[in-house]
Design a protein around this ligand. Sequence first.
Ligand SMILES: NC(=O)c1ccc[n+]([C@@H]2O[C@H](COP(=O)([O-])OP(=O)(O)OC[C@H]3O[C@@H](n4cnc5c(N)ncnc54)[C@H](O)[C@@H]3O)[C@@H](O)[C@H]2O)c1
Length: 269
Amino acid sequence: MQVQMETTNPFSLAGKRALVTGGAMGIGMGIVRRFVDSGAKVLVADKVISPVEKYISNLPESNRHSVSVIDVDLLDVEVPDLMLSEMVKVFGGIDILVNNAGIYPTVPMLDMSPQLFDKVYHLNLRALAFTSKAAAKEMIKQKIHGKIVNIASIDSIHPSSVGLAAYDASKGGVLMFTKNFALEVAKSGITVNAIAPGGIATEGTGMSGSGTPASEEIRRMLEDFKKQIPMGRMGTPDDIAKVAVFLASSASDYMTGSLVVVDGGRLLM
Ligand SMILES: NC(=O)c1ccc[n+]([C@@H]2O[C@H](COP(=O)([O-])OP(=O)(O)OC[C@H]3O[C@@H](n4cnc5c(N)ncnc54)[C@H](O)[C@@H]3O)[C@@H](O)[C@H]2O)c1
């Protein structure tokens, strides 16, 4: 069988419409920047919107219409459908979903409250699953061969430190959700893949250089973590964003249900 080679840039996102959750900071903002640079139109869904408004105001005039923002708390069960209605209203539909929003409180299970456990599970797994459902339904309705990219973690497959039992359980769930949902929607031409970042310097880790700095305890934990990265440095949001472009573009058309580890070699240790 002769396979026709694409003549266009397979990494281009020109004309694609993307929804990025938790896109106001950290890895999410890195993804928003790369997507816009690659030609996509992006709706950023976050509970903090001022950094996105600042980013939009610094874009060249010709690009400002490429980014829109919706102020949502993903812990609200109505939000997945609300975000998809907004995508249809603003951009007419959806080609790409990036489920990025997540929290990683460090609390040993012996001190864990059911409320905090439920919050981690709800944001990291349930909101991701129901946003995927809402996006896939819209893609199927419009016969779009869409791409879903889930931000998992190296903790989806190996624990990185004590205090992350709830988080690791949620991220293990993200990995298996990715695989089973990929199986379910493959016949509709939708791919579902995940990225497993290692240690990334973001506002959430307090290592971004902006935002609230990490506490002394977290800083020590991250310094120990850094010593165990063969490549000798923490990752940047852009390290993850470039892989997100790959998984959101036609460059990854024959991949589904995969987990791409982006960790500077941390899992080799
Ligand atoms: N930073 C790392 O080292 C690392 C490593 C592995 C995986 N990850 C994963 O990457 C993703 C992003 O992490 P990050 O470090 O960039 O985080 P971050 O805290 O820097 O940014 C998270 C973003 O999500 C938003 N958000 C949080 N809760 C929300 C809610 N309830 N509703 C709407 N928006 C909400 C925040 O406002 C923020 O803009 C998470 O899923 C995280 O688990 C991060």
